[in-house]
Design a protein around this ligand. Structure first.
Ligand SMILES: Nc1ncnc2c1ncn2[C@@H]1O[C@H](COP(=O)(O)OP(=O)(O)OP(=O)(O)O)[C@@H](O)[C@H]1O
Ligand SMILES: [Mg+2]
Length: 446
């Protein structure tokens, strides 16, 4: 479906063409002056402009030139009577896509539109790729290790496809960054990228956020609200922490992925949604499958194209480049990263991955506002490293130490077990095991 403006000073022809194109499923509007077309395009540039050549007020050539200035991505078709074919050919030099000789039948015009649409798709695909590469796929996802190269290759491989992508990786490994890259390299690059974190939104709100609602759907629904599925139409919907999606919504999501239609809450009509789904998880979903908290059929739908992100500790050779890149992003020079500081960064285990690296460097730039960052500016404060000096009584045995750390993690995460497990660098399941062993479970909510 293309958005099309038709301009012909003969109102009858205008109406007729509009009706025929709308019938064929296009979003078409007929106007009788070039002025109106330019006004419209100013707010909402059409994919295609079909204009008559000879018109009194503003002729087709002037309209073509002005349209190309205002909206370079609009493809222009010129309609002309046989007598002025030469002029029509001339318009192609001025940037028209093609011309069509009057009188023509609808079939002919529809074929031409189809051809334009496929050219547009190709062009968008190329532009998406090109602009992304120009903006530096290699700069943005920093790293030259085999592991990160493999990730970049996967992003390129999937760029021509619409398949759902599932990104896995520990916290801070760049899942959102990669989700964005998948979007930017796809043919949807110019459409919206809508990210939503399934763990951050309460279950009751999540459904209305995703599906939207009609006015009066529930108490408090004073206006109609579009859901994220609709907002992401034409682009990519990124569902972060998909493992936290409640069961009730899992079956609904599955249905969306089967039919690409949604029904807003309180609505009667199904709405088509044209989305590409990218999801991410930092927990192994296989565990959730075993526990029965994640639907297997949904898992297979989401996991068509998996991308696993390596933790920073498994690609230590990238720490230097990444550190320098992050410093540059903070307005410093890459060379500000001193040798001894770098060595300290390289031996650390980075439970919070690149995000933690960024935080550590951010602090360093505060304590050292200019010049080289030195070893003493690098403060590494995660649990694993600081537990021994951070309030743990002397002379604990290993079990007591572990208990102490779990207790602390739960305190920091305000009782959130997933978060605590993440802080401790263990799986949720492993945390549950230890909670039971140390009989700490009742502390979770304290
Ligand atoms: N390879 C990389 N190159 C450059 N920057 C990176 C890279 N990986 C991650 N980052 C940066 O690190 C930060 C964290 O990345 P991101 O938010 O994508 O991680 P995440 O995996 O989604 O984390 P979480 O699971 O906590 O949501 C961001 O600022 C991101 O730009
Ligand atoms: Mg994230």
């Amino acid at each position: 479906m293309a958005s099309i403006l038709i301009v012909d000073d003969e109102a009858k022809i205008c109406k007729l063409l509009q009706a025929e194109l709308v019938d064929a499923g296009h979003d078409a509007l007929g106007l009788t002056t070039g002025r109106e077309a330019l006004d419209r395009a100013g707010q909402n540039p059409p994919d295609i402009l079909i204009t008559d050549l000879r018109m009194d007020e503003m002729d087709g050539i002037t309209l073509l030139k002005k349209m190309k200035e205002a909206s370079p991505h609009t493809d222009v078709v010129v309609m002309t009577a046989y007598a002025s074919v030469e002029t029509a050919i001339e318009t192609m030099r001025l940037g028209a896509y093609d011309y069509i000789i009057k009188p023509f039948n609808t079939e002919e015009l529809l074929l031409l539109i189809e051809r334009i649409e496929s050219t547009r798709r190709l062009r968008e695909e190329n532009e998406g790729l090109r602009s992304y590469i120009a903006s530096g796929l290699d700069d943005r996802i920093v790293g030259t290790s085999d592991a990160i190269r493999a990730v970049k290759k996967l992003i390129q491989d999937v760029s021509a496809s619409e398949a759902p992508v599932l990104i896995r990786g520990e916290s801070g490994t760049g899942k959102e960054l990669v989700a964005n890259a998948v979007h930017k390299t796809s043919r949807r690059a110019r459409g919206p990228f809508i990210a939503i974190n399934c763990a951050a939104i309460p279950e009751t709100l999540l459904e209305s956020e995703l599906f939207g609602y009609e006015r009066g759907a529930f108490t408090g629904a004073t206006r109609r609200k579009l859901g994220h599925f609709q907002l992401a139409s034409g682009g990519t919907l990124f569902l972060d922490e998909i493992g936290e999606l409640p069961m009730s919504l899992q079956s609904k999501l599955l249905r969306v992925l089967e039919e690409y239609r949604v029904t807003p809450l309180g609505g009667e009509k199904e709405v088509k949604v044209d989305i590409r789904l990218v999801s991410a998880t930092n927990q192994p979903l296989e565990e959730a499958l075993e526990e029965g908290t994640f639907r297997e059929d949904l898992y297979y739908r989401l996991n068509v194209f998996p991308i696993a992100l390596p933790p920073l500790r498994d690609r230590r050779e990238d720490i230097g480049d990444t550190g320098r890149y992050l410093l540059e992003q903070m307005g410093r020079k890459g060379s500000d990263l001193g040798e001894d500081a770098l060595r300290k960064l390289q031996v650390y285990h980075w439970p919070g991955n690149v995000r933690e690296l960024r935080n550590v460097l951010e602090r360093a730039t505060i304590v050292r506002p200019s010049g080289k960052i030195a070893e003493e500016d690098i403060l590494l404060t995660t649990l694993k490293q600081s537990a021994d000096t951070d309030g743990a009584p002397e002379g604990l045995n290993l079990d007591e130490m572990e208990k102490h750390m779990i207790h602390k993690a739960l305190k920091i995460s305000a009782g959130n077990k997933s978060e605590a497990a993440r802080l401790l660098g263990i799986t949720r399941r492993a945390l549950y095991g230890r909670l039971e062993r140390y009989q700490l479970d009742d502390e979770v909510n304290t």
